[in-house]
Ligand binder design. Structure first.
Ligand code: PLP
Length: 389
């Protein structure tokens, strides 16, 4: 399988390239260091040492203690496990408060919880995707077991006031969980001084491989096991440790710490250039999201009267990879639930494209997209069935 060398990859919120240094560090754990980290022999002990080193590195990026990090298989597992654990913590509280714009890893699980008799309330967002805080605050009461609000949205990049919401959740005796899968490695996260009880993250969104994630559980917060079996991960998550994945995640998070400032300055500069030029050169285009509080790497643009899927196919001809919604919903022509929740008008709802950059994105790549996009939009509008002039 060959990957075209001139691929312009702007779909980093779907998944990222594994950092070559991460590959280098994990490889020995697929060959000579294949031991089981839970074995009592010296060989296993040496492997265990690297798992613990990875835990310390992962913890450092989010200002957590190593013992507050439980390695999992992905962001989805972390989200599911966090919600279920919170509900099991206090069986008298049967309510979950979340938002309409969460990833399906939370929304899908919330739906199952409803089917199991739990009460779930979904806070709305405004046209820019900002949370309606008054409504959210009213939803949180002493029946609420857990409030789950994502740190950053995967489609728009919007950042939510999680520190503040965590405080409010605690005032009502509820736990606070945040899906930080898109935020970790892109923006600073300080859990030491926060009231956040549970936080989910995923390796493949921050230049580690797929199949590894983590759940932060604040010291003092009881965690009820999701996967039951062996005594791995402090007896909190059974299953033989994915040592190569864990070592890779630790290294990726160590490297991410060195790049947070680069994300804020350089990645954001390229994103802003792309957004600014496309808005200037393409009439009837709009930003979906809140430019004042967004991830540095994400822009979600709607081009009215065209289909996002058609734009993607045309971009693909130039070897440019972007997305028209979340990775999990692309492939279907269902409009994004996030844009729907924001009340994006019907004419723009289907014409959205998400560009998500990474530290590997170059100025030349951005210039190429700026050159290719306007003619694509013009051409699609000429043949548009929506009757745009
Ligand atoms: N949460 C958010 C915000 C995401 O963007 C994703 C992946 O797209 C997930 C959760 C799921 O993560 P994973 O793919 O590791 O299961």
């Amino acid at each position: 399988m060959s990957q075209t060398p001139d691929l312009i990859y702007l779909d980093n919120n779907a998944t990222t390239k594994v950092d070559p240094q991460v590959v280098k560090v994990m490889m020995p754990f697929l060959s000579q260091w294949y031991g089981n980290a839970s074995s009592v022999h010296t060989f296993g002990g040496q492997v265990r040492h690297h798992v613990e080193e990875a835990r310390a590195r992962a913890a450092a990026l989010v200002e957590a203690l190593p013992e507050e990090i439980i390695f999992t298989s992905c962001g989805t597992e972390s989200d599911n496990a966090a919600l279920l654990s919170a509900l099991e913590n206090d069986v008298r509280r049967r309510k979950v408060v979340t938002t309409r714009v969460e990833h399906p890893a939370v929304l899908g699980f919330a739906k199952v919880l409803q089917q199991r008799g739990y009460h779930v309330e979904y806070a709305p967002v405004n046209g820019r995707g900002q949370l309606c805080m008054d409504t959210l605050v009213r939803m949180i009461d002493d029946q609420t077991a857990v409030v789950s609000v994502m740190w950053a949205n995967n489609e728009t990049g919007n950042i939510y006031p999680v520190y503040e919401i965590a405080e409010i959740a605690h005032q009502h005796g509820a736990l606070f969980h945040t899906d930080a899968v898109q935020a970790v490695g892109k923006v600073p996260i300080d859990l030491a001084s926060a009231n956040i009880d549970l936080l989910s993250l995923s390796g493949h969104k921050l230049h580690a491989p797929k199949g590894v994630g983590a759940l932060y559980v604040k010291k003092g917060t009881r965690f009820n096991q999701f996967l039951i079996g062996g005594h791995q991960e402090f007896g909190l998550r059974a299953g033989t440790e994915n040592v190569p994945g864990i070592v890779a995640l630790g290294e990726a998070m160590r490297i991410a710490a060195d790049h947070i400032e680069f994300e804020r300055s350089e990645v954001a500069r390229l994103r802003d250039k792309l957004e600014h030029e496309l808005l200037k050169q393409c009439p009837d285009a709009r930003v979906n999201g809140n430019p004042l509080s967004r991830l540095p790497n994400t822009t979600n643009l709607s081009f009215e009267y065209v289909e996002g899927e058609s734009i993607l196919l045309m971009l693909d001809r130039f070897n440019i990879a972007a997305s028209s919604g979340s990775a999990c919903t692309s492939g279907s022509l269902e409009p994004s639930h996030v844009l729907r929740a924001m009340g994006v008008p019907e004419t723009a709802l289907h014409g959205s494209v998400r560009f998500s950059l990474s530290r590997y994105t170059t100025e030349r790549e951005i210039d190429t997209v700026i050159e290719k996009m306007p003619p694509i939009i013009r051409r699609l509008r000429e043949i548009s069935p929506f009757g745009h002039a």
